[in-house]
Design a binder for this molecule. Structure first.
Ligand SMILES: Cc1cc2nc3c(=O)[nH]c(=O)nc-3n(C[C@H](O)[C@H](O)[C@H](O)COP(=O)(O)OP(=O)(O)OC[C@H]3O[C@@H](n4cnc5c(N)ncnc54)[C@H](O)[C@@H]3O)c2cc1C
Length: 251
């Protein structure tokens, strides 16, 4: 379904019909579940809701389209849209700033060789090797982060296999009297390219969402998760371990 668009459309149509059964107001229903899909089904994270759509049947709950009629001003008594409509409000909750996968990293002042900031290195794009390390930041490891299976996997499974890999690496370094590890830059370039190519094989790589940074104005648009699946990821990181870490400078 994530690759075959005909099958994807069948799934979308099924979901569309179920939402229209629940949301009786046709205008609201069409905005929430348009007849023509705005993007393939599942390309953005699905809402695992139980009664989210039912609330739109209440008279005090509405949905509006800001793509065709954008917000132009926040005013003392509410929000104004381009066509002049004012929505009078007491409280405004913004849900626009979900800076997924790399946001937390960039908010911490992590510095690497020569004092380089991670937020500067990743400003125009994210670079990692195996989704666990990044060049010029020796001995820094991360799990469940950018360019790993992360949001396309089960969290504990992803963390466990990455942590096991790190433990093997540290044990091997101890055995060999090594104290410093830094991935080679060409390896992280190749990893980044591969992660981006994998994303384009499925619908998620072609749709703007937090999976690729497109929900934050100005954030680089790139694949933030490894879409090859856990078995292929295990194969890649196991090969690195079995060949004694050729992708790294070890000292
Ligand atoms: C690795 C990972 C694993 C996760 N696992 C889970 C899990 O197991 N269970 C769980 O419940 N949650 C999980 N989450 C969290 C969950 O997926 C997110 O909290 C949720 O998808 C965020 O939805 P949102 O609507 O806040 O953000 P988004 O879907 O990003 O919505 C923000 C919207 O704001 C819009 N926007 C941005 N700027 C503007 C602007 N200036 N004007 C107008 N619109 C704007 C964007 O276009 C976008 O549509 C996980 C997240 C990650 C990263």
């Amino acid at each position: 379904m994530t690759r075959e668009l005909k099958a994807n459309r069948l799934a979308y149509n099924y979901w569309h019909d179920r939402i229209h059964e629940r949301v009786k107001d046709e205008r609201k229903a069409e905005l929430l579940a348009p007849k023509e899909p705005p993007h393939p089904f599942g390309a953005k994270r699905l809402s695992l809701e139980q009664d989210f759509y039912d609330h739109f049947c209440r008279p005090n709950v509405d949905v509006i389209d800001i793509k065709t009629n954008p917000i132009v001003a926040f005013e003392p008594n509410g929000i104004r849209q381009q066509d002049g409509t004012i929505h009078e409000l007491d409280v405004i909750a913004l849900a626009t700033g979900f800076d997924s996968i790399t946001g937390g990293f960039k908010n911490i002042e992590i510095r690497g060789l020569g004092g380089e900031k991670l937020s500067d290195k990743w400003k125009m794009g994210t670079y990692t090797y195996l989704g666990m390390t990044t060049a010029r930041f020796p001995n820094m490891y991360f799990t469940y982060g950018p360019q790993g299976p992360t949001a396309f996997s089960n969290g504990p499974s992803c963390n466990e296999l990455q942590a096991d890999w790190m433990v093997s690496l540290i044990e091997s370094m101890k055995k060999n009297g090594q104290t410093r590890i830094d991935p080679k830059e060409e390896n992280e370039m190749n990893w980044k390219t591969m992660v981006n190519e994998l994303a384009l094989k499925g619908v998620r790589g072609h749709t703007d969402s937090w999976y690729n940074g497109a929900n934050i104005p100005g954030k680089p648009r790139e694949a933030l998760n490894y879409a090859g699946g856990i078995p292929a990821y295990i194969k890649a990181i196991s090969l690195e371990r079995d060949e004694q870490y050729p992708g790294f400078d070890l000292q």
